[in-house]
Design a protein around this ligand. Structure first.
Ligand SMILES: Cc1cc2nc3c(=O)[nH]c(=O)nc-3n(C[C@H](O)[C@H](O)[C@H](O)COP(=O)(O)OP(=O)(O)OC[C@H]3O[C@@H](n4cnc5c(N)ncnc54)[C@H](O)[C@@H]3O)c2cc1C
Ligand code: SF4
Length: 460
């Protein structure tokens, strides 16, 4: 195994992330050695340098490797003559995904997901969904509940290997993340026992009293191999078959794993290495200072979400989309700078997953290849789905004035800036038409310029 300096020191990686990845790798080595394997663990400048070092010591042996998680690494390893085997981190072989994608006019995730349900024989009877529906969104996506008690979160204790890695990094890790297979399995059990049944209804809500709600917190382990997608899905289906979790939650979770996760990975490889560089909305603004320092904003939602990322390198799907990406989108932040920041900060980030989620889903830099319309939202929606607005100096209902919510102002300004492009998109026409009802558009443009400047100066 190679601990590549490029992957540990090459960028300003979040130390929680480095701790998790390095400690998991070292625990994995210890586990293999306990089973009697001989493991060489090299620290080297790059993966390539590590392999070359091994080849210098042991001769040109065959190097076998699971398909890696980025185009860059795939190309580098191929150049070195490495042989690849299909990666069991995923349920869909790349060739199979390509044959699906090549036959689509548009890459609608829902179509892929339904095909996956049938192919993998999950929650179906023949070609039909169990309980007669593919989708239970109508029962889900509720606003945050009032007076609700969230189950206690599982905390992960640290051992000697963890302590050694923490010392090397000069960092005190949180107790949020396991670094062993046993710890990851505990997290899975905790999710099944305490969260799966409630997963669906509040999957899109954001509360002040609990940062993980009923989310599984399994993405880091699925992405570094401590858990596999098929064992997670099997365990979840078992709960459904034993009547321990309702269909609306089980289906919502299954959709994430066999639908979204596989679709994102498939699209990453299908769309090729150039996709990462797209900037279809010509967004040029420099990364805002608030992303690297949560004290540089007064926007309560943004401050709290960035603070969560600062603490544990994680926040759930909706803050990633509705707060962080939405902010990058409506401020016209350069997509590659925002992508780099997300890639460096999140515990579960890898190229295959961040690139489509940011370039396609988050900031619509791909001109609509993945999502038919940009995910832009104003303060009213954030106010409905989160509890942040009550404690904020801004008013989500206002679009002009000194106390107007920056999201509300910038939402309309974003539509106005791109109206020529968006009016050609029938899914956007209603939103763009809304501009004609605004009598205060000139005033709003002035406020938007002030807000954009204030965000750059760290005063908004
Ligand atoms: C802008 C943006 C960036 C994201 N970056 C990442 C990332 O770097 N790594 C990552 O694993 N997920 C990413 N996601 C997807 C999702 O936010 C995380 O998988 C999820 O928040 C992880 O927490 P969880 O395990 O509790 O998820 P849960 O809500 O419990 O969902 C279960 C699982 O579904 C999978 N999943 C759901 N949605 C997606 C998706 N869009 N892409 C891939 N997998 C998905 C994950 O494996 C997740 O563990 C991103 C989403 C957005 C909108
Ligand atoms: S008012 Fe606007 S900035 Fe403040 S928390 Fe609500 S959405 Fe965020």
């Amino acid at each position: 195994m190679v601990e590549s300096e490029r992957m540990t020191k090459g960028r300003p990686w979040h130390k929680e992330r480095l701790f998790f990845l390095i400690s998991s790798a070292r625990h994995f080595v210890a586990g293999l050695e306990d089973k009697g394997f001989m493991v060489l663990y090299f620290k080297a400048k790059s993966t390539q340098a590590g392999i070359e070092k091994a080849q210098a010591e042991y001769g040109k042996l065959q190097v076998l490797c699971a398909e890696p998680s980025s185009h860059t690494q795939f190309a580098q390893l191929r150049k070195l003559g490495v042989d690849f085997v299909a990666n069991d981190f995923f349920l869909t072989p790349r060739a199979l995904f390509t044959s699906w994608a090549e036959n689509q006019k548009t890459f609608v995730m829902e179509n892929f997901y339904r095909a996956q349900r049938i192919r993998l024989n999950i929650l179906v009877e023949g070609n039909k969904p169990v309980q007669g529906r593919w989708n239970f969104d109508a029962e889900n996506r509720l606003p945050p509940p009032k007076n609700y008690s969230w189950p206690k979160r599982l905390l992960h204790a640290r051992d000697e290997i963890d302590n050694q890695v923490a010392k090397e990094l000069g960092y005190q890790p949180t107790d949020s993340w396991a670094t062993t297979r046993a710890g990851a399995l505990k997290q899975l059990k905790n999710f099944l026992d305490n969260h799966l049944a409630g997963f669906g209804p509040y999957e899109d809500a954001v509360t002040l009293d609990e940062w993980s709600l009923h989310h599984s917190l399994l993405s880091p382990y699925l992405n570094n191999g401590l858990l596999t997608a098929d064992e997670v899905i099997s365990a979840c289906i078992k709960m459904y078959n034993q009547d321990l979790a309702p269909i609306e939650s089980v289906e919502a979770f299954v959709r994430q794993i066999i639908g979204w996760r596989e679709y994102i990975n498939g699209m990453y490889w299908f769309l090729g290495p150039e996709y990462k560089e797209l900037n279809g909305l010509a967004a040029k603004k420099e990364l805002l200072p608030l992303f690297t320092d949560s004290s540089k904003t007064k926007m309560n939602c943004v401050k709290q979400v960035v603070a969560q990322v600062e603490t544990r390198a994680w926040t759930h799907h909706i803050p990633r989309l509705m707060i962080l990406s939405n902010l990058a989108l409506v401020t016209g932040t350069n997509p590659q700078q925002f992508l780099d920041w997300m890639r460096e900060q999140f515990i579960d980030a890898a190229d295959w997953v961040m690139v489509p989620n940011i370039i396609g889903m988050g900031v619509h830099a791909d001109g609509g290849k993945l999502m038919t319309k940009p995910y832009a939202a104003g303060g009213a929606y954030i106010s409905r789905m989160t509890q942040y607005c009550k404690g904020c100096v801004y008013d989500p209902k206002k679009r002009v004035g000194d106390d107007a919510c920056p999201f509300t102002t910038l939402y309309w300004d974003f539509l106005d800036r791109h109206k020529a492009q968006f009016s050609k998109n029938h899914r956007m026409s209603q939103q763009v038409n809304g501009l004609t009802r605004l009598s205060d558009l000139p005033e709003l443009s002035v406020r938007a310029k002030k807000v954009l400047q204030g965000l750059s100066d760290g005063t908004i």
